[in-house]
Design a protein around this ligand. Structure first.
Ligand SMILES: C[S@@+](CC[C@H](N)C(=O)[O-])C[C@H]1O[C@@H](n2cnc3c(N)ncnc32)[C@H](O)[C@@H]1O
Length: 301
């Protein structure tokens, strides 16, 4: 198996967990719909495995979904935009940190094109963007790194494009609205901001441009059940033996599993060695699906 391409680091990306998730997607799925696409790791992996030929990618974050769309539709253009911005930080008399702040300020003042989005994600620590209450990006940059080199970004963008071009539709709306277009036979993969990071009452989330409330989310899943639409949800989990967030309600009739997400970075910082497990829920029709445990020698890009 070759390398599975990925464009840029992004908080909550399912790049590492995608093989564990994708094995529950029925091969008969008409489309894979990702209402919370982020960097689209699950769709990229599913396309890589040849599991489905049609994809719907949506995210409420406009520059983010525009970046993904440009990557898939016009990888050369995205690579050129990124390269120009990336090289700018090494210009004569330029301080790379001041340069990052300048690009971030331009971004927050309306120049929020795909190239700038990609550069900002590449330069912030672990792709962990942060937003203030006005939706402006306020995270500082990783001072030890300059962001992925343009030739690597270009190579990955072309690989992703090859997997998804001509098969993907892009949307930029709230997940509830997007779900109106789901039909029986589609597989919806939902990866919302987790409860640990979203405020229940006012679903603002400083880690993403918007959060998702628990009650509302459960209600939306109930409606998918009523419509007979299959879905898979990634939602919170456990670190060590500490459960994070509420479990989705029983009445939804879901199969709840935990998948190993590796060592918790936060626990390591606190001097503990704890494993993080992420919850994976399967809707009732998928419960009986026996995953084909794939013999993959994963070689992640
Ligand atoms: C956990 S991340 C998804 C990560 C993705 N699975 C990946 O592999 O990169 C959650 C995403 O949901 C988006 N989001 C938050 N609220 C949303 C909403 N109401 N509707 C649609 N997208 C939303 C965020 O912008 C963020 O990109």
């Amino acid at each position: 198996m070759g390398k599975i391409p990925h464009l840029v680091q992004y908080q909550g990306s399912k790049r590492i967990l995608a093989p564990e998730i994708v094995k529950y997607i029925p091969k008969t799925a008409k489309r894979i719909i990702e209402p919370f696409a982020g960097t689209g790791a699950v769709s990229i992996f599913a396309a890589y495995q040849g599991i489905c030929g049609k994809f719907v990618l949506n995210d409420i974050n406009t520059p983010l979904i525009q970046m993904l769309e440009l990557c898939i539709e016009e990888p050369a253009l995205l690579a050129r935009q990124y390269s120009e911005i990336w090289h700018g930080q090494f210009a004569e008399n330029e301080n790379n940190i001041d340069y990052f702040l300048k690009i971030r300020s331009e971004f927050n003042n309306g120049k929020c094109d795909a190239g700038r989005m990609l550069f900002l994600l590449a330069r912030v620590v672990k792709g962990a963007v942060r937003y203030n209450a006005h939706g402006q990006m306020n995270q500082s940059c990783d001072k030890r790194r300059y962001g992925t080199k343009p030739d690597i970004v270009e190579c990955n963008a072309f690989k992703i494009s090859k997997l998804l071009k001509g098969k993907t539709r892009f949307y930029n709306m709230d997940y509830k609205e997007l779900l109106d277009m789901a039909e029986t036979g589609d597989l919806v993969y939902l990866d919302p901001p987790y409860q640990g990071t979203s405020d229940k009452v006012n679903p603002r989330d400083n880690r993403y441009i918007q959060g998702v409330g628990f009650e509302e989310f459960a209600e939306v899943l109930g409606k998918l059940n009523d419509r007979g639409i299959d879905y898979i949800v990634s939602y919170d989990g456990m670190t060590g033996d500490k459960k994070i967030g509420q479990t989705l309600p029983e009445y939804l009739n879901l199969k709840h599993m935990y998948i190993n997400a590796g060592t918790s970075a936060q626990a390591t910082l606190n001097g503990k060695n704890e494993t993080t497990y992420e919850s994976l829920y399967l809707s009732s029709n998928l419960k009986e699906v026996t995953p084909e445990y794939m013999q993959l020698s994963l070689n992640l890009a």
